[in-house]
Design a protein around this ligand. Structure first.
Ligand SMILES: Cc1ncc(COP(=O)(O)O)c(C=O)c1O
Length: 434
């Protein structure tokens, strides 16, 4: 009897051991990691409380001797962080892009080149300005392929939007060289890479204008919000006036020293003092957040780099990359899809490239749908002639089907990053055998 019990217990223990050895790397799925909100603490709370206590929620009007300072201070510190002369805080990253179009006087008859894979707002800002979006292919950095820009330039081309997607800087040197050669303006859309850099300079400081989103999924966040930076006083003044129905008030006048423009038709994209306060607290944590994220990503990159044959997305400046997600390259979509399934079984997420869309295949773009049939974007000769759809960006579609991204967050523990490495070491070779 005693012996039977012992044998049964031994069998259970052996079974459990085998199950652990063969089971998933993690018992429960590794959580995705939002960056900014995970770092909310007393600093953000104090900023919001101060706005409530002073009763000064509007950025241009004080009360009972208390002047509004949150948004203006955020702007000054943001410009200092990025390394530009000016920063304008607005209500969203989309608003920042629309201000950029206004600043550059992009309008009907103009064309703007952007990557075929990016967020809707790059395209909508151009279309809402009445101009024509033109899409270039991405390369295996998953950003705009500088070599594909020149073929897309026409006499109507006015600007290029270089989007720095998923933390990774676009290869700016060749993009800026093409722009210079053809006298085109460059907007850097840094929404998905706030704080990242390229060859030692912060993204957003190398083109004519940089734009940023502070929506919830971004590096630093106030739920909604955006910023535009530039070092050109005229572009800045036009952006400021556009964001506030043609007006310009004291803090921006002081930044500029003198104004040069008259009022024109604009809109309202102002940021509130509540948002400004939260962004100020978040901005002061930016370097801490991205340093933590980069350290975690560096461990993952280093260990995965040891896997024979494994290749990552191209990174034109690995030191400037924010490191998340870590994108892994496959030769075929079926291998990539198998890898994602195998990673799911390990409870470590790996996803196809997300957070953006392939713009030329979006039905509203492919079918050129706007609010009004006379919208100048697609009533011009070029607008009528241009063809979007899958045939216009085959390389982008192919590349995106062959990459899987493993998120790495700033708050991941050493165990989390070790689990990522262990899961990829199991799943990657198995996926190649599929
Ligand atoms: C590349 C890019 N540009 C612009 C935006 C627009 O930002 P927002 O959502 O703040 O308007 C986003 C938002 O995700 C983005 O990813």
């Amino acid at each position: 009897m005693e012996r039977r019990k012992f044998v049964a217990a031994a069998a259970v223990a052996a079974g459990a051991g085998t199950a652990r050895a063969q089971g998933p790397v993690r018992e429960k799925p590794l959580r995705g990691d939002n960056w900014g909100p995970l770092h909310y603490d007393a600093a953000e709370k104090a900023q919001v409380d101060e706005v409530v206590d002073t009763g000064v929620p509007f950025r241009f009007t004080g009360r009972r001797g208390v002047a509004p300072v949150k948004v203006s201070t955020f702007e000054k510190e943001f410009a200092g962080k990025i390394g530009t002369k000016y920063a304008l805080a607005v209500s969203s990253g989309t608003a920042a892009l629309e201000c950029a179009m206004a600043a550059l006087q992009v309008g009907p008859g103009d064309e703007v080149i952007m990557p075929a894979w990016t967020w809707h707002s790059d395209c909508t800002a151009v279309v809402r300005a009445g101009a024509l979006p033109v899409f270039a292919e991405i390369d295996e950095s998953l950003n705009l392929d500088a070599a594909d820009i020149e073929a897309r330039i026409t006499p109507q081309t006015k600007a290029i939007i270089a989007v720095h997607l998923q933390g990774n800087p676009a290869n700016l040197d060749p993009i800026l060289a093409v722009a210079r050669k053809h006298r085109l303006r460059v907007i850097e859309d840094c929404s998905q890479a706030v704080g990242a850099s390229y060859k030692g300079r912060r993204l957003g400081s190398m083109g004519d204008i940089g734009t940023y989103s502070h929506q919830e999924s971004k590096t630093i966040t106030s739920g909604e919000g955006g910023t535009l930076v530039t070092s050109d006083p005229e572009l800045f003044e036009r952006a400021v006036r556009f964001h506030d129905v043609g007006n310009i008030f004291a803090p921006h006048k002081e930044m500029l020293g003198e104004t040069r423009l008259s009022p024109f038709v604009g809109t309202n994209f102002r940021m509130s003092e509540f948002t400004g306060g939260v962004m100020l607290a978040q901005l002061r944590k930016l370097d801490m957040i991205i340093t933590a994220a980069r350290a975690n990503a560096a461990r993952v990159y280093e260990k995965l780099g040891e896997i024979p044959g494994l290749r990552f997305r191209l990174r034109p400046d690995p030191a400037g990359d924010l490191g998340s997600p870590v994108f892994i390259r496959f030769d075929s979509k079926s291998q990539r899809d198998r890898f994602m399934e195998l990673m799911k079984a390990e409870n470590v997420p790996a996803n196809g490239p997300g957070g953006s869309v392939i713009l030329p295949v979006q039905p509203y773009i492919e079918n050129k749908i706007t609010l009004h049939p006379a919208w100048p974007t697609w009533t011009s000769a070029r607008g009528k002639a241009i063809r979007y759809g899958a045939a216009s960006c085959p390389r982008t579609i192919d590349i995106l089907s062959r990459f899987a991204g493993v998120p790495v967050g700033p708050k991941y523990t050493r165990q989390d990053t070790e689990d990522i490495v262990a899961a990829v070491k199991k799943a990657y070779p198995a996926a190649l055998r599929a």
